[in-house]
Write a protein that binds this ligand. Structure first.
Ligand code: ATP
Ligand code: MG
Length: 363
């Protein structure tokens, strides 16, 4: 059988630096675990603009659609700030998300014991935390029509429309239930069915999908405002949280801060399954191109490496190997290895991006 294919789009700023360590990890799996990938690389964002005058070349788009998974570093930087909106680096990423139709955004909030002091919450509230937020990414109030600022009488009115079709709710719900099957089979769906029609439909459709096709999953519903409160009060009560675009935007940032540094947070964006049975998928760290530290060899590569771990688990059904990689990261952190972003009050000497890669590989 042919090896699965990975397209690497390292992008700009610290993107290529952190991706350099991911490539070493991928090679390690090929030689040490007999888990080889056919890897190709291409340009995205400012790097693609510099080479082709567009932040995503059509050929690259075609490769992304054909690949089993795409790994992305980061896009953008001050060099491109003055560019016209149509060719901004971020547009490259938006085009990928749109044409791959990545409607399900997965953001884990996982707290490594060694970093529990970094949380804004008490250590015992977050130690061992491992939850996943599934956010609908391509519909809802950010896209619904009508939208705009209109004249109404003698004043203006700003309008956005929260809109969800049954099909849109159905597909993201399935993606959350599939995910839950690989975890602890527990989903909490969050909306505002008490005050929003879209929330009523959301709750109804999610329940229907569960009853019809996922009876093994324990499903609960919660109003999103209560959900926000519970998330900072007792986050460990959750496993998978399923929610819409707007609430997901807010809840996932909130969950991110439960765990500390931006340099630790991976993400996945999934679409519909292709002929291979695998979903279209793009994996990337939550952080951006970090222009303030780019080129200095001090970026933390862990978010990007954990994004590859998500690819192993969600695109390639190798949760066992993903766990191996995550355990290595846990070990390295427990041994005290820290890039600059992970240095606390106690001080010490930070290690470089490459040294963090070395440590993870040897663990
Ligand atoms: P974007 O708009 O692309 O999200 P941003 O400016 O909001 O970018 P980042 O580029 O993620 O955010 O940077 C925010 C801060 O976090 C910066 O000070 C950056 O140096 C730091 N940072 C981000 N990622 C990392 C990392 N992997 N390692 C160390 N520091 C990081
Ligand atoms: Mg940002």
């Amino acid at each position: 059988m042919a090896n699965p294919t990975l397209l690497i789009l390292a992008g700009d700023g610290i993107g290529p630096e952190v991706m350099g360590q991911v490539k070493r990890v991928i090679d390690w799996f090929g030689t040490k675990r007999n888990l080889a990938f056919d890897v190709s690389e291409d340009l995205v964002g400012g790097a693609a603009y510099d080479a082709h005058g567009t932040p995503l070349h059509d050929d690259t788009m075609a490769k992304a659609l054909a690949a089993d998974a795409v790994l992305l570093g980061a896009v953008g930087g001050p060099k491109y700030d003055a560019l016209d909106f149509s060719v901004k680096p971020e547009r490259g990423l938006l085009r990928l998300r749109k044409e791959m139709d990545l409607f399900s955004n997965l953001r884990p909030a996982q707290c490594f014991d060694a970093l529990a002091d970094f949380s804004s919450l008490k250590k015992d509230v977050v130690a061992g935390l491992d939850i996943m937020i599934v956010r609908e990414l391509t519909s809802g109030v950010y896209f619904g029509e009508p939208r705009g600022i209109f004249e109404e009488g003698n004043e203006r009115v700003g309008i956005n429309t929260q809109r969800y079709t049954e099909g849109e709710i159905d597909r993201v719900a399935r993606s959350a239930f599939e995910l839950a099957r690989r975890r602890n089979k527990k989903v909490c769906s969050m909306e505002k069915a008490n005050v929003m029609e879209s929330g009523i439909l959301w709750r109804e459709v999610v329940q229907k999908v569960r009853d019809a096709d996922y009876p093994d999953i324990e499903l609960s519903h919660m109003y999103a405002d209560n959900g926000a409160m519970q998330l900072v009060r007792a986050p460990k009560q959750f496993d998978v949280i399923l929610t819409d675009n707007l609430f997901g935007d807010i809840l996932s940032d909130c969950a991110a801060m439960l765990t500390g540094s931006l340099g630790m947070l991976p993400s996945a964006s999934l679409g519909a399954p292709t002929d291979t049975g695998r979903p279209r998928a793009l994996y990337e760290p939550v952080h951006g191109s970090a222009p303030d530290i780019a080129g200095q060899g001090k970026a933390n590569p862990i978010a990007c490496i954990l994004s590859f771990a998500m690819a192993l688990r969600y695109s390639f059904d190798r949760g066992d190997e993903a766990a191996r990689l995550e355990a290595a990261i846990e070990t390295v952190l427990a041994d005290g290895a820290r890039t600059a972003d992970l240095m606390g009050e106690e001080g010490g000497t930070p290690i470089s991006t490459t040294e963090m890669g070395d440590a993870i590989l040897s663990a």
